[in-house]
Write a protein that binds this ligand. Structure first.
Ligand code: SAM
Length: 283
């Protein structure tokens, strides 16, 4: 019988935030794979858990994954924990899960804390649709591409950031997205937890004068559909009606359908579009 891989969410600051199921599984498994064994030992000691520990982190995530899969295939049950929160969420886990599934090993995720959901739910921003952007990519080109995509996104945006990079990231977000409402969630579940509703420009002003400390999640308001429509309308208005028609015809629309689309974009009737085209033809 193959063993099970259990993804166990651990507290993000408050030791009370651990589920009964996670505690039971951590006590029962044959092995606990931890991102930082010394760090996890403190947590495990606190709960009197004595299972053997092995390290599984960013720098051994591929070769170690295959070693763990071998053990799982031999029937061992293994729990994966990260330094804090849910494994696989901006933490090692993704590759191990993929390899386990490829190798026919069962994977179970035991739900619990994650800074993303904790921040989003208390942010006061819209929660129905959101995009978890994690840490923005460090590669310059990739980062610029992601920022560009974020600008057009109509979902609430959730970003993780380390304190020493916070100000730079806030400035880049401001440059890419404009001034947006933002909730800064700091030190979640800890003694000095903060939930500050502000804007990107105000946050930059604040952290220009105060060194950021602690752990941060940024929850940024989405661009509204009305804003997008307004921007599109402005860009159409800067275009001649002929160019606007040509745009839709180049997309494969026939003349009638193109006139309908142009009229809708400009907030006018089809007859107005028709008359303008006619006027321009004979003027
Ligand atoms: N796996 C974790 C999770 O499920 O949220 C995320 C780990 S990631 C390496 C660490 C980042 O998560 C931090 O830089 C911060 O952005 C965010 N984070 C983790 N704990 C936090 C807390 N207590 N308060 C605010 N942000 C936190």
């Amino acid at each position: 019988m193959t063993g099970n891989l259990y993804l166990c969410a651990t507290p993000i600051g408050n030791l009370e935030d651990i589920t009964l199921r996670v505690l039971r599984v951590l006590k029962e498994v044959d092995l606990i794979a931890a991102e930082d064994t010394r760090n996890s030992l403190r947590l495990l000691n606190h709960f009197g858990i004595k299972a053997p520990l092995t390290s599984y982190h960013e720098h051994n995530k591929m070769e170690k994954a295959y070693q763990l899969v071998e053990k799982l295939k031999q029937g061992q049950n293994i729990a994966l924990i990260s330094d804090a929160g849910t494994p696989g969420i901006s933490d090692p886990g993704e590759e191990l899960v993929r390899i386990c599934l490829e190798e026919g090993v069962r994977v179970t995720s035991l739900p619990g804390p994650s800074a993303c959901i904790t921040a989003l739910t208390m942010s006061g921003q819209k929660t129905r649709r959101f995009a978890f952007e994690a840490f923005l990519p460090s590669d310059k080109k990739e980062r610029a591409k992601v920022l560009e995509e974020m600008e057009r996104d109509t979902r609430t945006l959730v970003v993780y950031e380390a304190p020493h990079r916070l100000l730079k990231t806030l400035r880049e977000l401001y440059a890419a997205l404009g001034d947006r409402p933002l909730t800064i969630c700091r030190e979640l579940t800890k003694k000095y937890e903060e939930n500050v509703q502000t804007t990107l420009s105000q946050a930059i002003g604040f952290y220009d004068n105060q060194e950021p400390r602690g752990e941060f999640v940024l929850v940024i308001a989405a661009k509204s559909r009305e804003q997008i429509r307004e921007e599109e309308k402005k860009s159409w208005e800067n275009m001649t009606i002929e160019a606007h028609m040509a745009f839709y015809q180049s997309q494969g629309l026939d003349k009638k359908a193109a006139m309908k689309a142009v009229a809708k974009d400009r907030g006018v009737s089809k007859r107005d579009v028709y008359n303008s085209l006619l006027e321009n033809t004979f003027s």
